[in-house]
Write a protein that binds this ligand. Structure first.
Ligand SMILES: Cc1ncc(C[n+]2csc(CCOP(=O)(O)OP(=O)(O)O)c2C)c(N)n1
Ligand SMILES: [Mg+2]
Length: 410
């Protein structure tokens, strides 16, 4: 007989299930403006508390307060608002297009627009993002063509990637957007490797790695942190904690560290948490982290606290695993509405201007869609040539591929 009681496996459970009352009492939210802004060259050891708090700029009255406020002009904030509205309109149109059978698949950003849109504004030309599928704001805020994005989604004759990638897995080297890999957290090791190469070449460019909360459980995430910290790679390590990894709640991937940002502490990496629905806070933290990387002060891990309002993808139905009204209960609000209200509070925007901007943005997106559809959609119109399938991988086509191409008659 053992002196010990039988062992029991711990399996974390989400606070509520479908049909229950949404509960975010576990998300501790400090008041806006209360978290300190350390010097750029602060030692990671001296700012460990930032991995357990949340940096916020916009308060309940839509004012920008505290040490992380004041970086952006009215003009820049209006541009940021327009980027987020464009991303939202783009998502709305592409979700309908998927229902209409014009594309097989789509992934939306609802609720997370501030993160990729504001982060893009902290980068310089030549910097490289290694994004996941939920950062199309990096392209939109960087002025990439909406038509090109849609052509990729429709896999049509003008698809820049010639039908080789799943819809939304874009690639735009000149826009600092590395080919999007469906294999999650490859982004982390690749970004760190790219950043190390930049340092080896004595270049000035930095990298940005992207992952969701769920994918931090992959071994690649931890391997990347080892290399980033040992070699002080010029990289910003972004973790978008939107509370869900498809149907798995964030408590499964988080482990015992308390927060995702706290993962960085064991590696001696400067680690911060930020309100991911606060455009100003995201931008300020991204600037701080990018500046550290650029000054050769090493990597920064940033956890964006946010909520995935929509379904994971068009293949997912969230009502199967979380309460229908959970997103309404999310305490950090809607990033578009929060920035809109801030601009109004500054006297730099109005309800009328917002309505007009909404109409303009939708017109722009619809015009882009019309053009993209004229080059074909999934089942209609032009397609990439079958011949393209055989090109672009080898400098010289190997004999077996040549034979296959001949067999295909293209
Ligand atoms: C290495 C790897 N494992 C599993 C998957 C399948 N998969 C696609 S999305 C996803 C959930 C990811 O959740 P999270 O990292 O939180 O990102 P989010 O979708 O919430 O932005 C999974 C498991 C994958 N694409 N790659
Ligand atoms: Mg997630």
């Amino acid at each position: 007989m053992s002196d010990y009681a039988p062992l029991v496996l711990t399996v974390p459970e989400p606070a509520v299930r479908p049909g229950g009352t949404p509960d975010f009492s576990n998300v501790k939210i400090p008041r806006a403006g209360t978290v300190a802004r350390p010097e750029i060259d602060a030692e990671p050891e001296s700012i460990r508390d930032l991995a357990f708090s949340i940096i916020r700029v916009l308060n309940r009255d839509a004012e920008a307060v505290g040490p992380w406020a004041g970086l952006l002009t009215d003009e820049e904030l209006r541009a940021g608002l327009r980027d987020m509205m464009t991303l939202r309109a783009f998502d709305a149109r592409m979700l309908i297009a998927q229902r209409q059978g014009k594309t097989s698949f789509y992934m939306q950003h609802m609720g997370e627009e501030a993160i990729s849109c504001a982060f893009r504004k902290a980068l310089e030309p030549g910097d490289m993002n290694f994004p996941t599928y939920r950062q199309a704001g990096l392209l939109i805020a960087g002025g990439y063509s909406l038509v090109d994005m849609m052509c990729q989604i429709f896999s049509n004759e003008k698809d820049p990637l010639k039908g080789r990638q799943l819809p939304v897995l874009y690639s735009a080297r000149d826009h600092g957007f590395f080919s999007l890999s469906g294999n999650l957290t490859t982004q982390f090791i690749q970004a760190v490797g790219w950043a190390m190469a930049s340092a080896i070449k004595n270049d000035t460019k930095i990298a940005a790695a992207w992952t969701g909360d769920g994918a931090t459980a992959e071994g690649d995430f931890h391997a990347a942190l080892v290399f980033a910290s040992t070699y002080k790679a010029p990289v910003v390590l972004n973790v978008v904690n939107n509370q869900w990894a498809i149907s798995t709640f964030q408590g499964i991937a988080k482990g015992g560290s308390g927060t995702f940002a706290a993962r960085g502490l064991g590696f001696g990496i400067a680690s911060l948490r930020v309100d991911g629905n606060d455009y100003l806070a995201v931008h300020a933290v991204a600037k701080w982290a990018a500046e550290r990387a650029r000054r050769n002060l090493g990597p920064t891990l940033v956890e964006y606290v946010t909520y995935r309002v929509g379904a994971h993808s068009t293949s997912d139905d969230p009502t199967a695993y979380r309460p229908k009204t959970e997103s309404d209960a999310w305490p950090l609000g809607d990033p578009v509405i929060r920035l809109k209200n801030h601009l109004i509070a500054r006297g730099a925007w109005s309800e009328e201007r917002h309505k007009q901007a909404e109409a303009e943005v939708m017109d722009t997106v619809i015009a882009a869609q019309k053009e993209a559809e004229s080059y074909g959609t999934l089942h209609a119109g032009g397609h990439p040539s079958m011949r393209d399938m055989f090109e672009g991988v080898y400098a010289e086509m190997p004999p077996h591929l040549r034979r296959q191409r001949q067999k295909a008659g293209v």
